[in-house]
Ligand binder design. Structure first.
Ligand SMILES: Nc1ncnc2c1ncn2[C@@H]1O[C@H](COP(=O)(O)OP(=O)(O)OP(=O)(O)O)[C@@H](O)[C@H]1O
Ligand SMILES: [Mg+2]
Length: 331
């Protein structure tokens, strides 16, 4: 088959978006050439032809001018809270089969406010929150601390720093102003800070999805109460965190995390593979933080890839499995 890959390379997005104000972390979500090379390598080893489509107008032209049988989509999109839905929507319109979430799931999961509504509505535990919209006046009355403040439409810890946990009105106002100045086109989400253990859970499959892995992310300094898996920490992960997979958890917590992830996989109408982030409170109750319906597939550093490898599944096998699940949906 002729398999196209849609993606956003950091370098290409910079060229596409020359007019946007520059924030230090604005390209954090986008892919590196190693990811595209590894993905293409895996697809070619399966015996298929791989066509690098990229994103935007060049991708649309390539799609229209070549007979693509299937698209392996890892494109994060460039602008707006529905940006991860752009490629899925385009491919649906052209009736081209593709991997990963449909436009609705992609949009709902990127917007953390909508995601929390879906999660809470489905009965999952998720920390209380409130949203402050662009231009909305806001008074710091009756706020209960500690809170974490984050931009509503980002991933890869864009806009999340070591000082994102706030414990008083001054810190709240400072962080709110900083977020509004740097991420002006989106709401700020203020969420109760859950200062316990942190887990990420990967789910793979469709009609009968299964847990690919549960991984604990632990601060090297052991200070869970103030731990944030922030931009600084993710950029320096070898020094700042340790990963444990499978984690040292009792049976109850393992089952709760697994059940919650499978439940949320269906609630969000995820497809093929997804990753869910949780933190536990002082009673070890897991709280849903967010879902990644298009989790990173870097051959070395992406959580999903690490979890698969620790299960004995190499990168190429993981890609083949995702691809097979995606194809099965169309049969
Ligand atoms: N309510 C919360 N309580 C405690 N910590 C939180 C909370 N929300 C977020 N965090 C911390 O901030 C980190 C990043 O938050 P979140 O997962 O929402 O961001 P993201 O940018 O979507 O991440 P990803 O890289 O997984 O896409 C979490 O991994 C966690 O350490
Ligand atoms: Mg996360």
């Amino acid at each position: 088959m002729k398999i196209g890959i849609t993606y956003n390379l950091k370098s290409e997005v910079e060229q596409l978006e020359p007019s946007q104000p520059r924030v230090e972390d604005m390209f954090e979500e986008f892919d590196s050439p190693e990811t595209i090379d590894a993905l293409c390598g895996a697809i070619e080893k399966m015996g298929h032809e791989c066509v690098r489509l990229g994103f935007g107008r060049p991708a649309i032209e390539k799609i229209l001018n070549s007979q693509i049988d299937f698209v392996f989509n890892i494109a994060e999109g460039c602008q707006g809270c529905s940006r991860e839905a752009h490629i899925p929507a385009l491919l649906e319109m052209l009736d081209i089969r593709y991997s990963g979430p449909g436009p609705l799931a992609a949009g709902l999961s990127l917007d953390k406010i909508s995601a929390k509504k879906i999660a809470a509505g489905s009965g999952a535990a998720t920390p209380e929150y409130f949203a402050i919209f662009p231009g909305q006046e806001f008074k710091t009355e009756n706020i209960r601390y500690p809170l974490i403040l984050k931009p509503a439409y980002e991933g890869s810890s864009i806009g999340i720093r070591q000082d994102s946990k706030v414990e008083n009105d001054d810190a709240f106002r400072n962080k709110l102003n900083w977020l509004r100045a740097n991420y002006p086109l989106q709401p700020v989400m203020a969420e109760r800070f859950i200062g316990g253990r942190e887990f990420t859970v990967a789910v793979i499959g469709n009609t009968d999805p299964e847990i690919l892995g549960i991984m604990e992310v632990m601060p090297q300094d052991g200070d869970l109460k103030n731990f944030i898996y922030s931009l600084e920490v993710k950029r320096d992960y070898l020094q700042k965190v340790r990963y444990s997979c499978p984690p040292k958890v009792n049976k109850l917590l393992r089952e709760q995390l697994g059940r919650a992830a499978l439940h949320l996989f269906r609630a969000f109408n995820c497809r093929d593979v997804s990753r869910f982030d949780f933190r536990t409170d002082e009673h070890e109750t897991p709280y849903f933080l967010e879902v990644n319906t298009l989790p990173g597939l870097h051959p070395v550093s992406s959580d999903i890839v690490i979890m698969a490898r620790l299960k004995g599944m190499e990168y190429d096998q993981l890609i083949e499995r995702i691809f097979k699940h995606a194809l099965e949906r169309y049969n």
